[in-house]
Design a binder for this molecule. Sequence first.
Ligand code: G1P
Ligand code: ZN
Length: 542
Amino acid sequence: MTIHTVATAPIAGQKPGTSGLRKKTSVFMERHYLENFVQSIFDVVGVEGKTFVLGGDGRYFNDRAAQVILRMAAANGAARVIVGQGAILSTPAASHLIRLNKTDGGIVMSASHNPGGPNEDFGVKFNMPNGGPAPESVTKIIFERTKAIKEYRIMDAQDIDLGRVGRASLGGMIVDVIDPVADYVTLMESLFDFGAIRAMFASGFRMRMDSMCAVTGPYAVEILERRLGAAAGTVVNGTPLPDFGGVHPDPNPTWAKELMDEMFGSDAPDFGAASDGDGDRNMVVGAGVYVSPSDSLALLAANAHLAPGYAKGLAGVARSMPTSTAVDRVAKVLGIGSYETPTGWKFFGNLLDVGRVTLCGEESFGTGSDHVREKDGLWAVLLWLNILAVKKMSVAAILAEHWARFGRNYYSRHDFEAVASDKADRMMVALRESLAGLKRQVVEGMTVSGADDFVYIDPVDGSVSTKQGVRVMFSDGSRFIVRLSGTGTEGATLRLYLERYEAGPLGLDRDPQEALAPVIRAAHAITRITEFTGREMPDVVT
Ligand code: G1P
Ligand code: ZN
């Protein structure tokens, strides 16, 4: 088979963000675009004689991109690529396979929760040998490489049949097409009490799992319906589609509306959950009660010891800075460490690798543990099921019990999408300039106790990340945070995170937006969002 060295030139803007490179699918399909980025990754990480994992969330172009990446890996001298059947792998399953097979890393094709299709988004991400997303130190060099690339290598060969499990070869490279679900299921069985969960389903417990026409469908059907005995049809939208059925595969109350309606309806099942495009995010809902991701993280931390995989307790917990401080309160009571990291899962990697934390999470519907190095949607669902099976209480009762014990952190995130980038940038500049003068000011009846731009010094490797989000704290413990998204593909997405704490068992039924009203007013007055961007109301409220 011939190896071609194709002359190319740098393409502007191939800058990987918090989760790899995400662009419109049509951009990825432009001449040399995918190839340039993949060769840049290969040039940086080195390919000769190495083994990689490859898979994606099944979105449009996933299958074609997989064939290109395989031919390029072969041309660059890779020894072996382990690829999910149909080029499918959920992000957590890919992370697990990288670790399980002690490979040199992996390439995940996904734009996560962004819509898929010819007119929507595609993405490529490199994960390290520890199974986690490449850290900034690596993505920076990859970006530099995309600006200097002059050629890429690709093998002239027929497509590999990815529809069939088994071994094939491409030039001198082995291609192992594997069942994308099997090893992941084994891992879950090692962490959770499948017997107890099975018994709960057998006794009439009802669940709805919305896989949102994305990658978790096959995983959820195998685990929930086949292994745990949940009723057939428990998993809905369980077939991964190239365009995710035309919806945003984003598990939040806005995009998983069908599930929310059912869970708040008269015949609601006991438990509901949804996951995103590539299976790393999760949303959980009880009958008539929504569980915010920040509360979910805190509650899982408080109860993880009920699952066999965490029976020995947790080493520590970590949350992204904008995530509510609810989990910190749990850590304090448990007497374990808690860490505050910048937004993005990659910042948890070092803490997990050295064993300082066992559980971590983000307000953006991400929860996970040291079992892989990505957040893991189905893992969170199974930990919830394990807790429900042991406690034998409803989701609402467990939440009420938690708030009564730890107090309640009212929390919400307001997203302003597709804002003109220059307007958003000007707003952030003005806000940053105003920080020094904010302290002790009274805004909308709230006294500012401090304001800064979050800087993170990694406690393991000492690396410093600056400008990770402006946060404004108030004297009553409330706070808000503003940052620009690093994963949007259209203009700027402005995220406003709002939090307010209330001790004791008060106000359990209170609407978070209402509880947060003074913080929302103060945030708007301080940031001047409307003045700078023309926006009054957020596009998405979670
Ligand atoms: C968003 C979330 C962040 C998450 C990332 C990848 O990033 O806010 O918590 O890690 O997606 O799923 P953002 O768009 O805010 O940069
Ligand atoms: Zn995702």
